[in-house]
Design a protein around this ligand. Sequence first.
Ligand code: GLA
Length: 380
Amino acid sequence: MINELKEKYEQLFSNKPDVVVRAPGRINLIGEHTDYNDGFVLPAAINKAIYIAVGKRKDQEVRLYSMDFKTSYSTDLHSLVPIKSWATYITGVVAQILKAGGNINGFNLVMFGDVPLGAGLSSSAAVECSVAFAINELYNLGYTKMELVQFSQRAEHEFAGVKCGLMDQFASIFGKKNHVVKLDCRSLDYEYFPLNMTDVSIVLMDTGVKHSLASSEYNTRRLQCEEGIAAIQKKYPAVQKLRDATYEMLNEMVDVESAVYKRCLYVITEIERVQKACIDLQQNRIEAFGKKMYATHDGLSELYEVSCPELDFLVNEVRDDSAILGARMMGGGFGGCTINLIKSNDVDAVLNRVGLAYQKAFNKSLLSYTVNIEEGASFA
Ligand code: GLA
């Protein structure tokens, strides 16, 4: 495919690209909706990525072509505005680079990817990170990896309208082969953990439900967390984020019958759970780790209310099967995939069984992906 990408570039722009880059999608083992609450996450980059070929222009034009959508988009470097198209994830990053004072001219770009769209694997973050990485190289801008992550995150806020945390873009840039990375979303310190789960495969089961509610409901969840903090701050002004809050503070300051209470209860528990789960992983207690994944799912479904019937079904189907060590919905929610840790020898049998049950329950075939953990953004 890389060759086809380069060929397409040459065909469209009559010269060779200056850089060709890949940026991967991500999984997250545990720590969901904790990133924007200054908690911890445990993501990894996967073997599904966005690939772009990019070349300099002498003028201020930006010429883009998507091989997946078979459409092009052109604009001027100085009139970048959010649009409802794949191109917004590219121009959004360029706008951030310009805002930061990056000295760039126009460019040509061709893109293709094999990160499934709307499946919760962060295809949009992969696009953003590929662009940040490529433009940084193309114009020799010298931004750090963390700055590239932050440009990409802000592009998502300002050009896609999703007030996301840092996890997806961080994983796409900082991922490391065969490792998960624990990120402290407050200090931005991170630590790699080798994932040596012998004979266990990471399998994603895709509901096929596109998370259309995701952006509006995502932003609502974020606001509810902030509402919880505002209530707690009335008595405990040192609390900046839910990372600082305790169960006692929550019970004292927030109405236990309210939705805000349920949201905060989930987040406080999940932040604690990720830290314990990391210890399980370090000590190779995969079964204990897996149990925490189920607990996360239940919190996301019952308290944070970001699941959907298809996700709940897929998790419940595997819950009592000893071939599956842990499973939960993954990512923002309202569709996309579940992540499952399955004994490698049993993967086919499990997928057959769950696939039949899913077909029967929802009249839909179940897509699945067995993923490998790969390096973050790199030259391709
Ligand atoms: C989306 C966001 C992330 C994170 C997850 C939920 O993927 O982009 O920042 O908040 O949802 O954990």
